[in-house]
Design a protein around this ligand. Structure first.
Ligand code: NAP
Length: 237
């Protein structure tokens, strides 16, 4: 964790220079690169020790972001309950406001969730979510109709978020990588094969020089899980 924190120390300068938070992508996968057995289903991959590391990592960030697919599948709390520390601000990317009014994030989290949605999202649904305690951020969409993540990062920077942890799921991981928005990768590899939903899908690159790549990769064991981390070189555009 100390080595990762040393990398996170760059986040303030990064945010000052770019106006966007430093982005740490962190998730747990099987040996064959899966984060779930089936799309839309939760799968516990991390052992206790690596899960504790994940909570330490959450506590080291100002905000934590997941996609609406993860909220619907896992109903996560996104807290740091396994360690002492401050809960990061939850941010959910949800262009159609499918966020359930009874989600754990609304019912069992001390902070109001920020829901990043599109400018076209339903206003009545926005009001219902706001009455339930959420804060809705309306943002332009990207070419595929999803929330424009680069603009979302600028908005989060303006709201005082200096470092952001992105936890998933597959579509969010792929979008952040495809758009070269990730600064640091912290990956938990669980010693199993799943044959299910892959974390990373089409990055729209075939030239190996363009693939995202760990610079100076580090590795350590936490129980039976392998933790891999390092800054992400984004390759040639
Ligand atoms: N192992 C792990 O560490 C881990 C971590 C997290 C999740 N998971 C698993 O991942 C699975 C969920 O993954 P998922 O791919 O279905 O959902 P996801 O990545 O959590 O959410 C994707 C959804 O976010 C919305 N979205 C809006 N703008 C987007 C953008 N620019 N790019 C991408 N998505 C955008 C889209 O829904 P709208 O069109 O409705 O806006 C999209 O379908 C679950 O099975 C969960 O258990 C595993």
């Amino acid at each position: 964790m100390e080595e990762i924190e040393a990398l996170l120390a760059k986040s303030a300068e990064h945010c000052h220079k770019t106006g966007r938070p430093w982005v740490t992508l962190s998730y747990a996968q099987s040996i064959d690169g899966c984060i779930a057995a089936r799309p839309g289903q939760p799968l516990a991959l991390s052992g206790t020790l690596s899960l504790t590391l994940t909570h330490q990592l959450r506590a080291a960030h100002d905000a934590i972001l997941v996609g609406i697919g993860t909220v619907l599948a896992d109903n996560p709390r996104l807290t740091v309950r396994l360690v002492e520390g401050v809960n990061p601000q939850p941010v959910v990317v949800d262009s159609r406001l499918r966020f359930p009014l009874d989600a754990s994030l609304l019912r069992h989290h001390p902070l109001s969730s920020w829901i990043a949605t599109s400018e076209h999202a339903d206003l009545d649904r926005q009001r219902a979510l706001e009455q339930a305690g959420a804060r809705v951020l309306r943002l332009p969409t990207d070419l595929s109709g999803g929330v424009n993540l680069a603009i979302l990062l600028e908005r989060l920077g303006a709201l005082g978020i200096t470092c952001l942890m992105v936890e998933g799921g597959a579509r969010i991981i792929t979008s952040f990588l495809r758009q070269r928005l990730v600064d640091l990768l912290v990956l938990t590899v669980s010693p199993m094969l799943v044959g299910g939903l892959h974390a990373v899908n089409d990055l729209r690159q075939t030239d190996p020089a363009c693939f995202p790549r760990l610079q100076k990769p580090h590795a350590a064991w936490r129980g039976e899980d392998l933790i891999l981390w390092g800054e992400l070189a984004r390759g040639k555009a």
